[in-house]
Design a protein around this ligand. Structure first.
Ligand code: SAM
Length: 223
């Protein structure tokens, strides 16, 4: 990845010091710069790109569901590879060529029903980069991540085709409960921490492969 000269922001009395720190980090982050150069809406694209390069998640012509999709870099990436993408976020999302977009809270049953109705059939890959609002209280954040992770596993089991794959963002500590739920349905579970994950972040990704509608014998491993 190309390195550029470091930008240092001057203090401004109209900006909180936490905002200055955030802006400075964004301006000096090589993944942010590279995403902008390549026309992607977020640096998170490099997490998906790395995982896809290793485990072949996104394939031309295959249907993909992207949960927690805004601003849209994962959907852009999947559409660029020729996948058929259905994207969902609780926030509005600008259109992306080749991507169908739904707005709603994934945790609401009505939203999941709307997704199922739009899909009208099975998919090969479910992605979830959903990030519940962080409170800074570790237990609360872990429980929220578990609740989302478990809801995503339940949804994936309803929509994945045999052999399908599921990628879920979690926070450390939430893996055990979500892996317990996924274990009976997938033949391989892996925890992956891509290079673009910030060093101070507690996020980790669970990649569950080899979905079997009738249940599976699982093997597990780290990254
Ligand atoms: C880290 S961002 C996703 C970035 C995205 N993968 C990309 O590449 O542009 C997390 C997203 O999860 C969404 N989100 C959080 N809770 C949600 C929920 N209950 N239902 C749907 N989306 C949710 C947020 O609005 C946010 O856009």
């Amino acid at each position: 990845m190309q390195r550029t000269e470091k930008t240092k922001l001057k203090r401004s009395k109209n900006r909180k010091s936490s905002s200055t720190r955030w802006l400075q980090r964004q301006l000096n982050d090589p993944f942010v710069q590279e995403a902008r150069r390549a026309g992607y809406r977020a640096r998170s694209v490099f997490k998906l790109e790395e995982i896809d390069a290793r485990f072949a998640l996104i394939r031309k012509g295959e249907p993909v569901v992207d949960l927690g999709a805004a601003p849209g870099s994962w959907s852009q990436y999947a559409a660029n590879k020729g996948a058929r993408v259905l994207a969902l976020d609780i926030l509005p999302m600008d259109p992306i060529a080749g991507v169908e977009i739904l707005e709603g809270d994934f945790l609401e049953p009505a939203t999941q029903e709307a997704l199922l109705a739009r899909l009208g059939g099975k998919v090969s890959t479910v992605l979830s980069d959903i990030a519940p609002d962080a409170t800074g209280r570790r237990l609360v954040d872990r429980l929220r991540a578990e609740a989302v992770g478990e809801a995503v596993v339940g949804f994936a089991c309803a929509v994945l085709d045999d052999g399908g794959q599921l990628l879920i963002k979690l926070v450390k500590g939430a893996e055990t409960a979500v892996m317990d739920m996924a274990r009976p349905h997938f033949s391989k579970l892996r925890l992956v921490r891509p290079k673009a994950t910030r060093s101070d972040s507690s996020e980790t990704y669970l990649l569950a492969s080899g979905f079997r509608a009738g249940g599976a014998t699982v093997t597990e491993g780290p990254d």
